[in-house]
Design a protein around this ligand. Structure first.
Ligand code: GDP
Length: 422
């Protein structure tokens, strides 16, 4: 059940502020490394004249991945007091950003690593903005390298103050600030003896306070159709339940055509036919009458319909190297659905330097904006809710490249007398 699922976390921060070091240190100090691994790190550190360089651990995990099957993201599992976490990491900046917006990360919490001697930098802002955009609720700020500030309370609190102001402007509230040294292990898994003035939690204590992913089984049913196939004279509609639950005998409504049908049976690969299934399960159902939904259709209950609109306001995190302009067309990918959309307006663009929002002609690379999309047909969706998978649209170009993350805000009005051009 989702109760037992691992809690995904992401670790972000400006380059060189200590992310890799932190991951190595965290895995080691929580006894999540095999013995051979530590020896290997010490060995490669020695070769470079270093005592122990924890960031090499990530390099060695990376090599293992490169030798194996190609996967986009690394998932590094670790146990903390019996509870399972998974660090979602990705090779390289761009792949990391892609993972964040496609929801591959789907993280419950984030650790924002800030070099206490340097303070917040450009990527600190960008990552913080991204955490806000994708709706991460629990942000732990790790003020790293406090050894460089001689563990001095006044100096550390001054950095905390300035980072806290930045996050406030981004509407992102940090759950906690933890002063730490990832290199030396202070306040990572054990309390630092060099900061007796600090009485807050260590990083692992802070992680232990992160709530487990909430159960999605009690929300309105959303079953996006992935595939329809025939087998033994029966037609099966297959998909993964995103939210809610479905029972044999339920009447579901199919997509924008709103065809009602009764669930005649529920089957899944490894089990006998079931009477019910819940969020997270991949199932195949048979329907009565034997209607044929399309891939992307959303099965839902009549009393709990999704929003339906052809014009949608969305937030946008723009990934392409060239700017985005009004009039460009894309595919909006939403769960298993793909809709042809055109950008009809750029309503506001965020200026990352002074954090003001203004209407603009274009959205720059890695920029944040609010835009309006026009689809050629009605789109069913649930508006984006922070901390959930709802409404997490993704824009893809003709080459099937992901060019933007687009959490959907809601329907946009079409002005009276306005011609809708698709
Ligand atoms: P990343 O780019 O964010 O992954 O940063 P790394 O983990 O590669 O660390 C960058 C540099 O900072 C490395 O030389 C680390 O040894 C160093 N570093 C990391 N944590 C600490 C710390 O707590 N104190 C000090 N003084 N240096 C650190």
């Amino acid at each position: 059940s989702s109760q037992d699922a691992a809690t995904p976390i992401v670790i972000v921060g400006h380059v060189d502020h200590g992310k890799s070091t932190l991951i190595g240190r965290l895995l080691h100090d929580t006894d999540n490394l095999q013995e051979g691994k530590v020896a290997q790190i010490i060995e490669s550190s020695k070769k470079r004249g270093l005592k122990i360089e924890w960031s090499f651990l990530l390099d060695s995990l990376q090599i293992e991945r490169d030798q194996g099957v190609t996967v986009d993201s690394t998932r590094i599992p670790f146990l903390l007091g019996g509870r399972e976490f998974v660090i979602v990491d990705a090779p390289g900046h761009r792949q990391f950003l892609r993972n964040m917006i496609t929801g591959a990360a789907d993280a419950e919490a984030a650790v924002l690593v800030v070099d206490a001697a340097e303070g917040a930098r450009e990527q600190t802002r960008r990552h913080a903005m991204l955490l806000h955009l994708i709706g991460i609720r629990h942000v732990i700020v790790l003020l790293n390298k406090v050894d460089l500030l001689d563990f001095d309370q006044k100096k550390i609190e001054a950095v905390e103050q300035s980072v806290s102001e930045l996050l406030g402007k981004l509407d992102l509230e940090a759950a906690l600030f933890v002063p730490a040294s990832a290199r030396d292990g202070d306040n990572i898994a054990s309390r630092s003896e060099r900061m007796p003035w600090y009485d807050g939690p260590t990083l692992t204590e802070a992680l232990a306070q992160v709530p487990s992913p909430a159960s999605r089984a009690n929300l309105p049913l959303r079953l996006p159709v992935q595939d329809v196939y025939r087998f033994n004279d029966k037609r099966y509609v297959a998909g993964r339940i995103e939210r809610g639950r479905v029972r044999v005998g339920d009447t579901v409504i199919i997509g924008t055509q709103k065809t009602p049908a009764r669930i005649a049976s529920i089957e899944s690969w490894h089990t006998a036919p079931q009477v019910a299934a819940v969020a997270g399960q991949s199932i195949a159902v048979t329907l009565e009458p034997d209607v044929i939904p399309d891939r992307g259709d959303l099965l839902h209950l009549r009393e709990e319909p999704p929003v339906e609109a052809s014009r949608i306001r969305t937030r946008l995190f723009w990934l392409r190297q060239e700017p985005l302009r009004v009039g460009e067309s894309f595919k909006l990918r939403l769960a298993t659905a793909e809709h042809a959309v055109t950008v009809t307006s750029i309503d506001s663009v965020l200026n990352l330097d002074d954090l003001t929002e203004q209407p603009g002609e274009e959205v720059p690379a890695e920029g944040f904006a609010e835009i309006t999309l026009s689809a050629s047909e009605n789109v069913q969706f649930d508006p984006f809710v922070p901390g959930t998978a709802d409404g997490r649209g993704v824009l893809v170009d003709r080459q099937q490249r992901i060019v933007g993350g687009a959490p959907l805000i809601g329907p946009a009005a079409i002005a009276a007398g306005e011609k809708v051009i698709h």
